[in-house]
Design a protein around this ligand. Sequence first.
Ligand code: 5AD
Length: 363
Amino acid sequence: MRYYELLQNPDQSFVKEQLNILLADDHPEVLEELRREADQVRQRWVGDAVHVRGIIEFSNYCIRSCHYCGLNRSNTRLQRYRIPPEEIVEIAREAVAMGFKTIVLQSGDDFYYTREMIADIVREIKATGAAVTLSVGERPAEDYRAWREAGADRYLLKFETSDPDLYKQLHPGTSLAIRLRCLRDLRELGYQVGSGFMIGLPGQTGEVLARDLLLLRSLEPEMAGIGPFIPHPATPLSRDPAGDVTLSLKVLALSRLLLPWAHLPATTALSSLEKDGRRLGLTGGANVVMPNITPPKYRRLYEIYPHKAEVKDSPHELYRATLELIRELGREVAGDPGHGLSAEKRSSLYKEESFYDRNQLYQ
Ligand code: 5AD
């Protein structure tokens, strides 16, 4: 486990140097070795179980104008929708009956759904016994608190890029500092936190990518979503090239080696660029898949990028295909909700790997 050991070195600047070298090295053998180690580390730390989370994209309204995203508010060509709360809960109930153990609620930054509305939705879905993950963007800490009190277990909020200038350029009117403050609020409220970034954003150099990975590690997230950027025609980045699939797989493997404890999905963005993306993700560090359980009539309108995978199939069909893939890979479908690894489990796994003094790294 040569690369794993290198990347677990407590010296940050050494790790950064290694990341720069690895990211710049295009030899296929390097990628293969990183993927092999990532697969071993995944197995040792989070096992063979694949967590299947059902995602409901409940509103494509958004007050923001992120330069990469098709939901940005200046996209007047997009037909907008909001799923009424009762219908969201009904979709979730059906998914739980199908076997889903986590429901992910995602939307644009849409303040139509008030603190109380989302708290009510969370309470009703929690009553089914499923875990609830929210991904509804930047909101006041008081909203996050109310939802946590209503029972929400997890929150996904990617930082998208670690470069403050690039962040400002891509997200008019907001800043990386605000995003990081939200992540801190979520952490303090006791959420299991998910974050991540995109690969291949215009202006993202190898150096930025290395810093993205280091920022991700410093957040110690329970989950991390890492996927390629895909240009959308109704955005300022319409003419920029998509992120590279091979580089995305390399960064996914590196993420596993840096964050051995984390739940890492094989992202939809990766499957959208590469038909075998899910399989490649799951065999190179990932242990989570998130089939889309939004009713198809809404789903095609949640166009954060074009040609999104899974726009047509019914939730049942997607669920079945997902289970089949997991079995084909010789893995199993997780029977538990897939919460973040406990601090005790992390430290005992680290203790067994005695190549460094972990106390220096993770306090
Ligand atoms: N390409 C790839 N991923 C995108 N996202 C948004 N727009 C795009 C795009 N054009 C991702 C962001 C966001 C998540 C919901 O979707 O990382 O956090």
